[in-house]
Write a protein that binds this ligand. Structure first.
Ligand code: ADP
Ligand code: MG
Length: 305
């Protein structure tokens, strides 16, 4: 497998057209401070998600995934760097604008399906609730709720209460609640974490449908590396930084792995690559007409055999 650095346009300038990426993180930093101890949860994270894209973010527990979603959802603010979603700069937005942003621009899906559902309302009523709060008229609410459940493959669950639904169905209703007001961006934090494989596949399929049929831009976080088999683009997060990307094209091509190249030209080589060639401390670079060669540095005298 070859690793090709992706060069992506990044811009924090005011003249960027409004149809820029839906999610843009540039050198994003979040430091937690508690009783004199500092935890750097995000250390210069770069991420670009285009309008209408579905991107999976995978990483081990503690790698900073929830911290990132907390910032993108407007609950938390970055310590440094840029986070922009659908034109909203989340490092400068004031509290009222942030509330408005949370109501209109983004939808959320969490691990516990129940957290998004009211137990005494039916699935359709649950999906209607955010529309009611947004002032959508009754007939429009009912139509859109049915449409939403249909798109997510749970039309038959419309009149059932959460207790009468399986875990996977509950999570799909919760997804319906999240996209009821047709947010531009859906943020999902380990939405299949508590589900068996079959339910998990159903929920993923519903997320894909929300993306393709409703046009929602989706960032879905997971610690399950197998997810990359289901989505076109998977970004790996490690130690609070995005490291590699796997792009999967249709038509049976093998997935291609990319490394993220930041604005300063920094590139993280996959550990498996550097380990197999015993690259350490420094490498030799050669600029070729169409690529850059990376070579192990000459062995040090004590390693000579
Ligand atoms: P993930 O969602 O990938 O498991 P998190 O974003 O929850 O990772 O956490 C990233 C790092 O930040 C971890 O080391 C975690 O312990 C730390 N962390 C998360 N939230 C807080 C907090 N409120 N205070 C202090 N440290 C935190
Ligand atoms: Mg988490």
């Amino acid at each position: 497998m070859t690793t090709t650095p992706t060069v992506r346009r990044r811009g924090a300038t005011a003249d960027e057209p409004p149809q820029g990426p839906d999610i843009l993180c540039d050198n994003l930093v979040r430091i937690y401070r508690a009783e004199g101890i500092e935890v750097v949860a995000l250390q210069g994270l770069d991420l670009t998600v285009g309008r209408g894209e579905l991107v999976a973010l995978v990483g081990a527990s503690g790698s900073g995934k929830s911290t990132l979603l907390g910032i993108l959802s407007g609950l938390d603010t970055p310590s440094a760097g840029l986070a922009r979603v659908a034109g909203h700069d989340l490092s400068t937005t004031d509290r009222r604008a942030r509330l408005e942003y949370r109501r209109r621009t983004v939808g959320f899906l969490f691990q516990q399906a129940g957290a998004n559902l009211l137990p005494y309302l039916t699935a359709a009523e649950n999906v209607e609730l955010p529309m009611l709060l947004a002032g959508v008229r009754r007939r429009e609410r009912a139509t859109r709720a049915r449409d939403t459940l249909e798109v997510l493959g749970i039309a038959e669950c419309a009149d059932r209460r959460p207790a009468e639904l399986s875990g996977g169905q509950q999570q799909r209703v919760a997804l319906g609640v999240a996209v009821a007001n047709r947010p531009r961006v859906l943020l999902a934090d380990e939405p299949t974490g508590e589900l068996d494989t079959r339910s998990s596949d159903e929920v993923f399929e519903a997320i894909r449908r929300a993306n393709s049929e409703l046009g929602t831009t989706v960032l879905v976080v997971t610690h399950d590396p197998l997810v990359s088999e289901h989505v076109a683009r998977t970004v790996a997060i490690r130690d609070g930084r995005t490291s590699t990307e796997v792009l999967r094209r249709d038509g049976g091509h093998p997935a291609e792995e990319y490394a993220v190249l930041d604005r300063a030209g920094r590139l993280q080589l996959p550990r498996a690559f550097t380990a197999s060639l015993q690259m350490r401390d420094r490498v030799r670079l050669d600029l070729e007409p169409d690529h850059i060669g990376v070579w192990p540095a000459a062995p040090r005298p004590e390693e000579d055999s």
